[in-house]
Design a protein around this ligand. Structure first.
Ligand SMILES: *Cc1c(COP(=O)(O)O)cnc(C)c1O
Length: 848
């Protein structure tokens, strides 16, 4: 059509009776309250789909007559009032128990709450989103800080050959559940962060997550150069320059934003290394109060928590010293932050050449509470980071773990609510971690349980049919072929055993492991009486070639005649598709390379919906699997080549499918379904939901980190930061003198004693000018064991006794061993100070 098209959007006026719809649209509470979302959908179901489930976009485009009709529709108004009553109750409830920890500020590069706010890429973001939701539920004093990416993460399409196409679309901020933050004195709130040769201006947006606020920084303002406006363009987009600039805006801009808002956190949480520059900005402000760098570092680290989320090197951001110099050089002349001391915070001995500054190292040196996200990953991280505590065994170093959880209201399908109300009692949603209570899942009649499962599968099948059809038509496939592809996806008879695999297409997650032996796989899926359907979904990062090869490989196998209809690849994996998939399939498959899956959370979402996990014993599943609640692929670890390892693990996978999964799922039963399967699915919910939820997870963060860090914050700031100064001075002294500290044994060693008698142990320690109280001497006593570590050793402290003429300090212990038989013991000495967060914080230790 000739002529220039002009756009005009006509927005409806919300009738006064429905005015609070706007409030509901402005709070991401809707992301876990299904009735709120249903309210919008009900006003105009197809528009709700068109606007991608965004309530704000919906309210701008819904037709006036629909709103007017709803305003006088009794049934709609009843539902609306019920939702509002729930919302008000949630927002104004007083906590049963208020946590006595100070305000926590949580920094992360991505947040995933709902598909209507596309600023997440995968598990890290969704975990961060769930953390905020749980903090809101728990009435925790909590704010979050991130970046607002105007194009967010990409939208994915996959063509007929399996090539992934990344589409970046500008978000219309008016459609997002955010609002711009204004200055307390009027006008918009502005911040400035210096980058080489210029200052970048930032504006701030606020998202409401129930009771919690998330502040998002945005560089897309007219005063900035086009290049600077683009810094916050895309999540994990751009090049290394974009990456460091994003991280500077997040870490440094984030701290400034909170300050500008008058928010004073007691505890600071760095969620993954991207946000670690916050440490520097806080050190700078501390130094303005008269502290030197080392003292300011103590004050800052004392109340900082760092969570690491990855075991793969690409997940750790590194920058060259020259790059760091370019960005931070002026900090020395302008603020007196010594450049060398700062660079030393990011130093790591094993860095590849050129990269000399490691964000994970900065985060570790800038925090006193550190954790991985599962038991396996805690161990891996302790090993990766062992050089921070060079004289301490990695198994004893301060890196612990808190296993991830997922936000149950967001991922448990409401289909279960009635059944749970009836069998667990109405309070179940508030007692998620009560394992005893969850045993009552066993009492749900098998038929009802199965029906709920079939309903969820049926809903998923509707979505699958729509998505596959859309994909297929766009890729110019025929209708006849589409029917063939969808022949097992029958929503009103969702009988086919359905196995889901959906997550980022990162190579270590091995999306193609299932295709190691295509003949075997073909045999498994093609029994007409026992068909199998595999559903794959996930995005590969646009810069990850091998990841995109995996997408192509899945598409390629799916096209082979023997697998047509048995393997479907769905495009556009996002929170919506995730919610449906984790609830709708029968089996959730995960087969990463051990030990690279830090935690994995999609399997937790699946488990709570009665989906059965079939996974490599890595990440969370190494803790979750108990032999009765799913299936485990034991990783092949020692001495195998990659290919042999993959072949072995694939073999285990086929064997489990062939010998366990298929026979159990298709076992005949008098009621027309397999009761054994229902038993297993119930075990999945009952044993896993109470443990792998964010309520448990957040409780552990509060208990182990937030509360102690909050106490330390208060303590370290006393008397003009006197404790921070004292600790910094003490560490300097200890580091200088430790190298010449010596220990020797001076008691007469006994090899045999009678039970009930006492033995005296004495060590002489050359303290090299340290105070006897600066050094702790311990004996570790246990059973001998082969690998050189005393077995189940108990530590006994030797206390300072006399001082010898030589100047050595005697430490002694009188002990009456309360065990018989052969024992083994060792001695060690390490620096101690009452202000240390962990006994081995200094990383110094001496063994006899
Ligand atoms: C839960 C979730 C993930 C994380 O999945 P993993 O199994 O941990 O890799 C990624 N993307 C979406 C959309 C999710 O909901």
């Amino acid at each position: 059509m000739p002529g220039t098209p002009f756009e005009l959007e006509v927005n409806p006026t919300i009738p006064p009776r429905l005015a609070r719809l706007q409030e509901l649209a402005d709070n991401l509470w809707y992301s876990w309250d299904r009735p709120t979302r249903a309210l919008f959908a009900r006003l105009h179901p197809s528009l709700w789909q068109t606007v991608g489930h965004s309530p704000k976009a919906f309210l701008k485009r819904v037709h006036q007559h629909r709103l007017d009709a709803a305003a006088s529709d009794r049934a709609f108004l009843d539902a609306f009032d019920r939702v509002l009553a729930q919302y008000d109750a949630y927002m104004t409830a007083t906590p049963e128990r208020r946590d006595d920890c100070g305000l926590v500020a949580y920094f992360c590069a991505e947040f995933g709450f709902h598909e209507s706010l596309p600023i997440y890429s995968g598990g890290l973001g969704i975990l961060a989103g769930d953390h905020c939701k749980a903090a809101s539920d728990a009435h925790l004093p909590f704010v979050a800080v991130g970046l607002l990416y105007d194009q967010g993460y990409f939208q994915q399409t996959i063509d007929a050959l399996g090539n992934q196409h990344a589409l970046y679309r500008d978000s219309d901020f008016e459609d997002l559940p955010i609002s711009q933050v204004m200055h307390p004195n009027g006008g918009e709130l502005r911040l400035r962060v210096a980058l080489p040769g210029r200052e970048v201006e930032l504006i701030v947006w606020r998202a409401r997550i129930g009771r919690v606020s998330l502040y998002l920084l945005d560089s897309a303002v007219a005063e900035n150069s086009p290049a600077d406006r683009a810094i916050t363009h895309r999540l994990y987009g751009g090049d290394r320059t974009t990456r460091i600039e994003q991280e500077i805006l997040l870490g440094i801009g984030g701290v400034r934003a909170l300050r500008a808002l008058g928010i004073e956190p007691a505890v600071w949480h760095i969620n993954e290394g991207h946000a670690a520059f916050m440490v520097l900005e806080r050190i700078r402000t501390c130094m303005q109060q008269g502290l030197v760098f080392a003292e300011a570092l103590e004050a800052v680290a004392a109340c900082t928590v760092f969570t690491t989320h990855t075991a793969v090197p690409a997940g750790h951001d590194r920058f060259g010293r020259d790059v760091i110099r370019r960005y931070f050089e002026l900090w020395e002349s302008e603020y007196g932050v010594p450049f060398d001391a700062f660079v030393a915070l990011g130093a790591e001995p094993d860095l590849p050449s050129g990269a000399e500054f490691d964000m994970t190292s900065l985060a570790i040196r800038g925090s006193r509470f550190h954790n991985g996200v599962s038991a396996v990953h805690g161990g891996v991280s302790a090993r990766i980071c062992a050089h921070h505590w060079p004289q301490v065994e990695f198994s004893d170093n301060p890196i612990g773990y808190i296993t991830n959880g997922v936000h149950v209201p967001s991922f448990l399908d409401p289909e279960w609510h009635d059944l749970f109300d009836r069998h667990l009692g109405p309070g179940w949603a508030k007692q998620l971690a009560d394992e005893k209570r969850w045993r009552a899942i066993a009492d749900i009649p098998a038929q009802q349980f199965w029906t709920a499962r079939q309903t969820l599968k049926s809903r998923l099948f509707h979505l699958v049919r729509n998505r596959v059809a859309e994909q297929h038509r766009r890729n110019q496939g025929s209708e006849a072929h589409l029917d063939r592809l969808l022949r097992f996806v029958v929503p009103n008879q969702p009988k086919v055993l359905t196995i889901g695999f959906a997550r980022r297409f990162a190579t270590y997650k091995r999306a193609a492991l299932l295709f190691e032996d295509l003949d075997w796989l073909a045999q498994l899926v093609s029994d007409r009486a026992r068909p199998v359907l595999f559903l794959f979904a996930g995005k590969a990062h646009p810069a990850d070639g091998p990841g995109q090869d995996l997408v192509r490989r899945v598409a390629e196998v799916a096209r082979m005649p023997k697998f047509e209809g048995h393997i479907l690849l769905l495009e556009g994996y996002d929170l919506r598709l995730a919610r449906r998939m984790v609830a709708g399939v029968d089996v959730w498959l995960n087969n990463p390379i051990y030990p690279l899956e830090a935690s994995g959370t999609s399997g937790m979402k699946a488990a709570m919906n009665g989906v059965v996990n079939l996974s490599v014993l890595d990440g969370w599943w190494a803790e979750g699997y108990d032999g009765t609640n799913g299936w485990a692929i034991k990783p092949v670890v020692n001495g195998f080549h990659e290919q042999d390892r993959d072949r072995e693990e694939a073999r285990t996978l086929y064997e489990i499918l062939q010998d366990a999964v298929l026979p159990l799922y298709y076992a005949p039963g008098p009621l027309g379904f397999s009761e054994g399967w229902v038993e297993l699915a119930k075990r999945s919910i009952m044993t896993l939901l109470p443990r792998f939820n964010t309520e448990r997870m957040l409780g552990q963060y509060v208990e182990r980190f937030y509360r102690p860090a909050s106490d330390r914050a208060a303590r370290f700031a006393q008397d003009g930061y006197a404790p921070a100064r004292a600790l910094a001075a003490w560490k300097a002294k200890v580091r200088e003198r430790w190298g010449s500290v010596r220990i020797q044994r001076i008691d007469r060693e006994k090899r045999r004693i009678v039970y009930g008698s006492r033995v005296r142990f004495e060590l002489a320690v050359w303290l090299n000018g340290l105070d006897p109280a600066d050094v702790k001497v311990e004996m570790l006593l246990g059973r001998p064991s082969e690998d050189g570590q005393p077995h189940r050793a108990t530590a006994y402290e030797l206390l300072p006794a006399a001082r010898l003429e030589s100047g050595e300090q005697v430490y002694a212990l009188e002990l009456e061993p309360d065990l018989c038989g052969k024992t083994e013991y060792r001695f060690r000495a390490f620096p101690q100070h009452p202000l240390l967060a962990h006994p081995f914080e200094t990383g110094l230790m001496l063994w006899l």
